[in-house]
Write a protein that binds this ligand. Structure first.
Ligand SMILES: Cc1cc2nc3c(=O)[nH]c(=O)nc-3n(C[C@H](O)[C@H](O)[C@H](O)COP(=O)(O)OP(=O)(O)OC[C@H]3O[C@@H](n4cnc5c(N)ncnc54)[C@H](O)[C@@H]3O)c2cc1C
Length: 402
């Protein structure tokens, strides 16, 4: 059961350690692109007893069908429009097998890549550069926008661009490019389709008592409007949003890992964006988990609060503020603690083939999340080490850490 904030939609578990062959319920699978001739073009509803559910889903996946929904009927019925599962597959499929193997349709077609290469970069003009942090925050994080007019640099949500900072490295060679996740939608912050925005944290660390500033992140955080910047790309197909308006999107972000999520959330909920996208009127569930050290470090908070008040049934926002909140063991509250706290709901969502999970931020976040998912999966009788590759294969587990 999904939490109340997501409304009253009931999703039944289709593959948990608790479901057994003696489960008397009938399950309805809504599928597209499955069958022959005209059947293949139409959406079909196939109702099967639990024992045939797993083999049916495997058959659908093998034949390239797209599962739109799986639900359990409240009252067992005897009708079945389902084709007999192939290969004598039986109901004793491993309990760890989740419906992740059914390939969710993620369109990678028409995604632009490498329109501008390092040898011949696009020269963008900075139109804005402002701090995203509040007083008392740790570090420096800026939102920086570039005008792309006059070129052919376009992108979609979830991609990155390369920035080549001015100047030379220690060997007198031009600096190499650094990648940054795009924080704007394809229409740009002004919705005119001529800009791209980034969310950049200045890298700063101490070495032998000296403060070292990262080359490119400092270049970007210091840059003035009007400056010209060498831009490459776009690159990346790992973090693309599925085109389905009713997909569920779980987002796990730390720090500047919010950049692609900000683009997704704008595409989903920003009024001007929704006007621009008649073909994408998001009506699924979007759940953002955001990890920062202090409240003052929360990024794009006002926008997210706006989306929360306008779309409470579609957007959920859970924060882990490590230096201000405590986890149940009395330690700092990290994003993985929030994942553990909401494990049941997260896994109920993941069992729905329409659910995608996105993780972005510093590489160090991965082991913690992995551990939390392992514990959470085990509580549901699932094995995360088996489930994760299935989700990955089904294009439903998206990770970009750096
Ligand atoms: C796909 C992708 C997306 C990214 N998206 C973003 C984004 O949205 N926002 C963002 O801010 N960044 C993002 N990054 C990171 C970004 O590309 C740069 O790596 C980052 O800005 C640092 O670059 P720099 O030139 O400032 O640092 P550099 O001058 O290149 O210094 C980095 C080097 O400093 C050293 N170093 C770093 N920390 C320490 C330490 N504590 N002690 C000792 N040595 C250290 C390491 O050798 C490291 O390689 C992304 C990276 C990737 C791969």
């Amino acid at each position: 059961m999904i939490g109340p904030i997501f409304g009253s939609v009931v999703r039944m578990r289709v593959s948990t350690g608790k479901a057994t062959q003696s489960d008397g319920r009938m399950f309805t699978v809504v599928v597209e692109g499955f069958g022959v001739g005209p059947q293949r073009r139409a959406e079909r509803r196939l109702t099967v007893p639990f024992g045939q559910l797993q083999p049916l889903m495997q058959t659908i996946a093998r034949k390239g069908g797209r599962i739109r929904m799986v639900s359990a009927d409240e009252i067992p019925t005897t009708g079945s429009g389902a084709p007999a599962p192939e290969g004598g597959a039986s109901a004793d499929a491993p309990a760890t097998r989740a419906p992740a193997a059914s390939k969710a349709p993620v369109s990678h077609a028409d995604v632009p890549v490498n329109l501008y290469k390092p040898k011949d970069p696009f020269i963008g003009t900075v139109t804005g550069n402002y701090s995203l942090l509040q007083d008392g925050a740790i570090g420096r994080v800026n939102h920086i926008t570039f005008d792309l007019s006059g070129g052919n640099l376009h992108y979609v949500e979830g991609q990155s661009i390369g920035i080549i900072p001015d100047g030379e490295d220690a060997n007198g060679k031009p600096h190499k490019l650094r990648l940054y996740s795009i924080a704007s939608t394809r229409h740009g912050d002004n919705c005119e389709g001529t800009t791209v925005s980034l969310c950049v944290r200045q890298l700063q660390y101490e070495k032998d008592g000296v403060t070292i500033n990262g080359v490119c992140s400092t270049f970007l955080c210091d840059i003035e409007p009007g400056a010209k910047v060498k831009i490459t790309g776009p690159v990346g197909k790992e973090m693309l949003l599925p085109p389905e308006e009713d997909a569920n999107i779980i987002m796990l972000a730390t720090g500047t890992g919010i950049a692609p999520m900000r683009a997704y959330l704008r595409r989903m909920f920003e009024p001007a964006e929704r006007e621009k996208n008649p073909e994408y009127q998001f009506r699924g569930k979007a759940w953002l988990f955001m990890g920062v050290p202090k409240t003052a470090n929360l990024l794009y908070e006002d926008d997210f609060q706006r989306y929360l008040s306008k779309y409470p049934d579609h957007f959920r926002y859970t924060k882990a503020i490590s230096r201000e909140q405590q986890n149940p063991s009395g330690g700092r509250m990290y994003i993985q603690d929030r994942v553990t706290e909401h494990a049941d709901e997260i896994f109920s969502l993941i069992e729905d083939p329409k659910t995608h999970v996105y993780m972005c931020g510093l590489r160090g976040m991965e082991p913690g999340i992995d551990e939390a998912m392992t514990t959470a999966a085990a509580a549901k009788g699932l094995d995360w080490s088996e489930l994760r590759p299935q989700l990955k294969k089904a294009d439903r587990w998206h990770v970009e850490t750096y």
